[in-house]
Design a protein around this ligand. Structure first.
Ligand SMILES: Nc1ncnc2c1ncn2[C@@H]1O[C@H](COP(=O)(O)OP(=O)(O)O)[C@@H](O)[C@H]1O
Ligand SMILES: [Mg+2]
Length: 293
């Protein structure tokens, strides 16, 4: 199996986790291990988990510690190869034909090729990290298409032949798991399920990401968010919401609102769904009393 040599300082799950932390990302041991293995074994890293658990941010942090540019392909329903791989610049080709008159022109030269994220990563794998974000939003056909690319890191352009990456690019895929991904795709990847961070890690994330929050407030907000995630909500708060809730409540407290009232009044940054807010309204005070006691 071909092995990728990682830069000094990233050569193991622990050093990798330290580097990620320096890049403002707190990785669990499981995630740091999966990332280390995927990078070293030159396989794509597949991160699955609920919205807001830090999947996209993990890819950004990995690109950052490798000193590479992140090329992001945001998937959506109906996404096709023109958006993901490449496109011919049709208006420019037309213009060139008109200007050429009787001269011969090569219509499939580089100047007419618009590279999209997959081709960009293939053209320059040493300097880029390819993020295929929220692949569960794309349809099965597109997933099969990607699988082909991920199998041998080649791309066939009918007018140009097969393009091959000089080395396997670093690829991170994410899924919110709105549907199951193909077995074959999973098999290609190193897989890691990202759960909500445990309370100690999440409090560290709040302290790292929020500007003005006291440690005690961070702990309480993490406990409150943990409770909210146990409720039958349509949109349970992600990590970003935890950070914002801590900041917003701290701001209100600075305006003279007492604890834990400040949390309750700032609830709109943690829950962003009317039904969820209505459901929690009669319960929030009691819940906060409990977790902030
Ligand atoms: N482990 C983490 N370390 C630092 N910040 C995190 C972490 N997980 C989540 N965050 C914060 O939460 C936000 C949302 O995470 P994001 O990666 O967008 O979630 P997802 O892609 O899983 O929906 C990030 O912008 C970041 O501020
Ligand atoms: Mg995301």
């Amino acid at each position: 199996m071909p092995i990728r040599r990682l830069p000094a300082g990233l050569d193991g799950p622990d050093p990798l986790a330290d580097a990620l932390r320096d890049a403002q990302y707190i990785a669990s041991e499981g995630l740091a291990t999966a990332a280390f293995l995927a990078l070293t074994l030159q396989k794509p890293l597949l991160l699955e988990g609920s919205p807001g658990v830090g999947k996209t941010e993990a890819a950004k942090a990995i690109a950052s510690i490798l000193g590479r540019e992140l090329v992001r392909l945001q998937c959506y329903e109906g996404i096709d190869s023109a958006a993901a791989m490449y496109e011919w610049n049709f208006p420019r080709q037309m213009l060139a034909i008109r200007q050429a008159g009787d001269d011969h022109i090569h219509l499939y030269g580089d100047e007419f090729l618009i590279a999209r994220p997959v081709l960009l990563a293939l053209q320059n794998p040493r300097e880029r990290v390819l993020l295929i974000d929220e692949i569960d939003r794309a349809d099965h056909e597109f997933e099969a298409f990607l699988l082909e690319f991920l199998s041998d890191f080649t791309l066939s352009i009918p007018e140009r032949g097969t393009m091959r990456a000089p080395e396997p690019p670093v690829v991170v895929l994410t899924s919110n798991r709105t549907r199951e991904l193909h077995e074959a795709l999973r098999r290609r990847c190193v897989y890691h399920w990202i759960d909500y961070p445990d309370p100690v890690l999440e409090a560290q994330i709040v302290m790292m990401r929020a500007s003005i929050v006291a440690e005690d407030t961070a702990r309480k907000v993490v406990a409150a968010v943990g409770q909210l995630r146990e409720e039958p909500l349509a949109k349970p708060p992600g990590v970003a919401e935890t950070v914002e809730w801590a900041e917003a409540a701290t701001l209100l407290h600075g305006q003279g609102v007492a604890w834990p009232r400040a949390f309750a009044r700032a609830i709109g940054v943690a829950l962003k769904d009317q039904d969820d807010l209505a459901y929690m309204a009669p319960r929030i005070d009691q819940m906060l009393e409990k977790v902030t006691a």
